[in-house]
Design a binder for this molecule. Structure first.
Ligand code: XMP
Length: 513
């Protein structure tokens, strides 16, 4: 079935994915496309509306991202945000002032007034706080436009050409700091574009199930199940669609968190699919013996994982389809450039070279993480797996600093379980983006009972982040940290000191290795 579609045209802004998520929160399907997308492609997609994102450039720079002016002749409503608004004004014959010409630059919280006669602000308060972040500013408007919002410094804080259904905001309605931003986007989508809102996970599940069945027919599919949210939801969806035609291979590396292997097994063993659990803990630990260098650990685990998977897949024979839990943020074609590789991330999805199959199926490739979770809930997946925080492919191997031994794995599993339990008791488990314990290789002196101890230091890490590219350390209350510390030192052997990591990313990374 064809959904209503809104296109977010990415001009290299930092909030492009956030805009797309907001649109989807309004139950409207949305795709992010690069500003380089040919106009014919956009026309063929037949969007209900287009949103131009912000971007780091000035419209006057030679290399600033530009789109063919034909975009304004499609007859499709457009909302330009920040650079997007400036690009629209510039493209339609208005002028943009350079910030160094004046003191018009604005950053951060700004009071703004709106004309609530405009469809964009219909039903909203006339005054509220918005989030500005711009150097350049709209100086004169193109024909047909008028101001519908202003701040003390910015006479054209929001503009409209209602005839052509073009709207622009100098501020960012997509960020939480803009008080009525979510409703403004809703007004654009529903009042201006005339959307109805047909994007729900129930409908997605129905359609996806039907499409998967049509595609697979009587063929066989194979899925590498890591127990992470994405592969678990993909498995559940495939199970609903094709049941026993699917085989899931779950490689238990022995480096998972406490009881995690059993939880994954419990969630899938009776789900109608062929479920294969490979207990490869000893094999992985054998390969890792004596290894201390983080990148080496990652490589060894990545390679071994593929080997185990390949051996199991061979036993099954030829399969027609390999299922991967790729999600939308992985596939977005962005206007922005390449990033440096800081760590070689091992993702258990990356297996295609080694398995004999005809085609790859990625049933979640249109979904954002929160939608994947919602789909998991719709499909009845165990809440523990739905709300599982991200867990790196190499598992506890990169949370044990230095050499990995079975004893250290057990120590860390126990300590980490206590940390997670106390975070859940404090009802912080859905608030903190990721939290875990790290077993350092540092030992220090302590005193327990009347005796001297010389034991390991455990580090706790908790971060809040929306994209895991940058992160801030979580302000976990001291009394929660204290409970964890007391319990860890009392209940887990070989730890006599607990510290909390208060570095953000950058300069640190989230994981310690
Ligand atoms: P860093 O440590 O790079 O982590 O700040 C960012 C996010 O990625 C996760 N992570 C991984 N995920 N395979 C994965 O699938 C990996 O090798 C890997 N290493 C780190 C990390 O847990 C955090 O969420």
């Amino acid at each position: 079935m064809k959904h209503e579609l809104v296109i977010v045209l990415d001009f290299g802004g930092q909030y492009n994915q956030l805009i797309a998520r907001r649109v989807r929160e309004h139950k409207i399907y949305c795709e992010v496309k690069s500003y380089k997308t040919p106009i014919e492609e956009i026309r063929a997609l037949n969007p209900r509306g287009i949103i131009f994102t912000g971007g780091p450039n000035s419209v006057y720079l030679d290399n600033s991202p530009r789109m063919s002016k034909e975009i304004f002749e499609l007859g499709v409503p457009i909302l330009g945000i920040c650079y997007g608004a400036q690009f629209m004004v510039y493209g339609l014959g208005g002028t943009i002032g350079k910030a160094n010409d004046s003191a018009a630059a604005e950053f951060g919280r700004t009071d703004c007034e709106f004309d609530t006669n405009s469809l964009l602000f219909k039903g909203l308060r006339e005054k509220s706080v918005v989030w500005m972040s711009h150097n350049d500013y709209i100086e004169t408007l193109p024909k047909g436009f008028r101001a519908i919002g202003h701040s003390a410094k910015c006479p054209f804080g929001a503009i409209e050409d209602p005839e052509r259904k073009f709207y622009g905001t100098q501020f960012h309605p997509e960020v939480n700091h803009t008080e009525q931003g979510f409703d403004m986007l809703g007004n654009f989508l529903y009042n201006v574009c005339g959307c109805r809102g047909d994007w729900t996970m129930e409908e997605f599940a129905e359609n996806a199930t039907r499409e998967i069945r049509e595609k697979i027919g009587s063929g066989k599919a194979l899925l590498a199940l890591s127990g992470g949210v994405d592969s678990s939801v993909a498995c559940k969806l495939m199970a609903k669609a094709v049941g026993s035609q699917l085989t899931c291979i779950f490689v238990d590396t022995g480096l998972m968190r406490k009881n995690e292997g059993d939880e994954v097994e419990a969630a899938f063993a009776d789900s109608g699919v062929n479920f294969v659990r490979v207990n490869a803990g000893e094999r992985f630990l054998g390969k890792l013996r004596g290894v201390t260098e983080p990148e080496r650990k990652r490589k060894i685990i990545g390679e071994e994982f593929i080997r185990v998977f390949e051996e199991e897949a061979k036993k099954i024979g030829k399969v027609d389809y390999l299922v991967q839990g790729t999600i939308y943020p992985d596939v977005i074609e962005s206007g922005a450039g390449d990033a440096a590789v800081i760590k070689s991330h091992h993702n258990v999805g990356g297996l295609p070279d080694y398995v004999d199959f005809k085609e790859i199926i990625e049933p979640l490739r249109l979904l954002f993480k929160d939608e994947v979770r919602a789909l998991g809930t719709t499909l009845g997946l165990d809440e523990k797996l739905v709300w599982r925080q991200p867990f790196p492919g190499p598992g506890l191997a990169i949370r044990i600093i230095g050499e990995i031994t079975p004893e250290k794995v057990a120590i860390l599993q126990d300590a980490d379980a206590i940390f997670r339990e106390e975070i859940a008791n404090a009802k912080l488990d859905r608030e903190i983006s990721q939290y875990f314990a790290v077993l350092t290789d540092m030992r220090s002196v302590g005193v327990m009972g009347d005796g001297r101890t010389y034991d390991y230091t455990l580090a706790l890490r908790g971060v809040s982040t929306s994209d895991f590219m940058t992160a801030d350390f979580s302000r976990i209350p001291y009394d929660v940290l204290e409970k964890v510390s007391v319990r860890v030192v009392n209940e887990v052997g070989n730890i006599n000191r607990v510290v909390y990591d208060i570095t953000s990313k950058p300069p640190a990374t989230i994981e310690w290795e």
